[in-house]
Design a protein around this ligand. Structure first.
Ligand SMILES: N[C@@H](CCC[C@H](N)C(=O)O)C(=O)O
Length: 270
């Protein structure tokens, strides 16, 4: 079967996008893994499928990691999804809503960028007590749509993000779901840099949107940095996280603003 696809990226986190509004596609785990394969397929960190909404939003958002497993949400993917679905709608509106496993989200086109109104963070734990041999720093946890560990480190470029990331991702303290793992450093108050090891890609990616939100909120909780917080990512972009505090450790109106770009489209035999 010949599949028509689009290739997009958000700050270097890249995606195959398929339009499944008519629900004619039912991709298997192996097919998704093949499409995301950088040597034998299109190549991507994950796959986004546009499906019809079930609960009154404009669309339904489905996200699959490069290993073919479905995840609840993807921040960079959500911006690409917003850009892609706005173009499908009559009059190309500046705001699109979509249902995800993590809740209904909105994407707003803001000049050249896209701003996602994220789900409310949950499961905050400022000290998980988990220790990783050779890694200094407290492992903190928050779910910003998907699970994230955040560790503030002194030497970000020198941190072995893949080795330590994999050790965190598979640590029994985060089983059975596993977790994404972020390493962060404060560049200046309100400005951090991060690196992320992603579950389901099983590697460091150039950016992770839900990871940026997790690290920015931790920076606020630990250092009191006010909203918005700037986040530099490995791919070279700087994105912005906004939030409002509702309690000691609770937040609302969490936003993620950054790019979501088309790269190319094509057909592939699957
Ligand atoms: N790249 C993403 C997160 C995608 C899901 C993640 N790998 C998981 O399995 O939790 C982002 O930009 O948020």
């Amino acid at each position: 079967m010949l599949l028509h696809f689009y290739k997009m990226n958000g700050a270097g986190n890249d995606f195959v996008v398929v339009d499944n509004r008519d629900l004619s596609l039912s991709l298997t785990k192996d097919q998704i893994e093949h499409l995301c394969d950088r040597h034998r397929g299109v190549g991507a960190d994950g796959l986004l499928a546009v499906e019809p909404a079930e609960n009154g939003a404009d669309f339904k958002f489905r996200y699959y990691n490069a290993d073919g497993g479905e995840a609840e949400m993807c921040g960079n993917g959500a911006r690409c999804f917003g850009r892609f679905t706005a173009a499908l709608m009559e009059g190309e509106p500046e705001r699109v809503t979509f249902e995800t496993i993590a809740g209904t989200l909105a994407a707003e086109l803001v000049e050249d960028d896209i701003r996602i109104a994220m789900s409310e963070p949950k499961d905050l734990n400022l000290d998980t007590g988990v220790e990783i041999p050779g890694l200094e720093g407290t492992l903190r946890f928050i779910n910003t749509g998907v699970p994230h560990v955040v560790v503030f480190v002194a030497d970000l470029p020198g941190t072995e993000a893949v080795r330590h990331g994999a050790a965190i991702r598979y640590n029994k303290g985060f089983a059975p779901a596993g977790t994404n793992a972020n390493f962060a450093t404060v560049l200046a108050p309100g400005h951090i840099a991060i690196r992320t090891y992603e579950r389901g890609v099983e590697d460091e990616t150039l950016a992770c949107g839900t990871g940026m939100v997790a690290c920015a909120l931790m920076h606020h909780l630990l250092d009191g940095a006010p909203s918005p917080i700037k986040v530099d990512v490995k791919g070279g972009d700087t994105l912005e996280i906004g939030f409002e505090k509702t309690g000691e450790t609770t937040f609302t109106n969490v936003t993620l603003t950054g790019p979501g770009d088309f790269v190319f489209e094509g057909d592939i035999e699957i």
